[in-house]
Write a protein that binds this ligand. Sequence first.
Ligand SMILES: C[S@@+](CC[C@H](N)C(=O)[O-])C[C@H]1O[C@@H](n2cnc3c(N)ncnc32)[C@H](O)[C@@H]1O
Length: 213
Amino acid sequence: MHKIYVLGVGPGSSDFLPPVTAQKAAESDVLVGGRRSLALFEDLEKEKIEITGRLDPVIKAINQKREKKKIAVLVSGDTGIYSLLPRLAETFGRYSLEVYPGISAAQYFFARLGLCWHEAVFISLHGRSSDELLQQALTAKRLVVFTDPKHTPALICRELVEAGFVNKKIYLGEDLSYPEERISSGCPEDFTTYEASGLNVMIIDSDLNLKID
Ligand SMILES: C[S@@+](CC[C@H](N)C(=O)[O-])C[C@H]1O[C@@H](n2cnc3c(N)ncnc32)[C@H](O)[C@@H]1O
């Protein structure tokens, strides 16, 4: 039985796709991933399974095909943070997987800001309530928020303002690594009506003196 490759494909641009990841995808028979991840391999003529919603049918398809075919599951950013990795490890066993890390959208964003992330706390709002976010915002020095279509930067900033967290520095990274990339900063009030791209990550920082150009 082949091991299942789990490949972190980075923030989205092929410039940030490690050569080993491209090689493992090229060696595979089947590529499984979201639309953006699969788009990185549009030139490869492989069987492709797009993840659009529920994971159960995707897991079932992997299980059916893995005996005869080499499967690569593509995850956005890095494999180790809010990815499919735990679900795959739980289903197939950790030793059935061969995992190759990628550059997280957050890691890329910190690099673009010239900031470190060793003190950062990470939270994903995918399918969660933003109450947890406010709890973290109370204590974290540097909070990274992976947003989802429901929890937009504007909504999050309105909640921060309503809860009295006005003395925070917000960094917003939209469409990171793509030609349309946009990076901005300000205080929560500056973003309460901001219309962000659907693909964005936020940093809520307690150090108000940090600046970006
Ligand atoms: C489910 S999380 C996965 C995080 C991923 N494992 C990583 O390491 O970046 C997906 C979230 O990452 C953020 N994200 C991923 N790619 C991005 C990009 N190119 N620009 C901005 N944010 C991005 C968005 O907040 C998106 O909702």
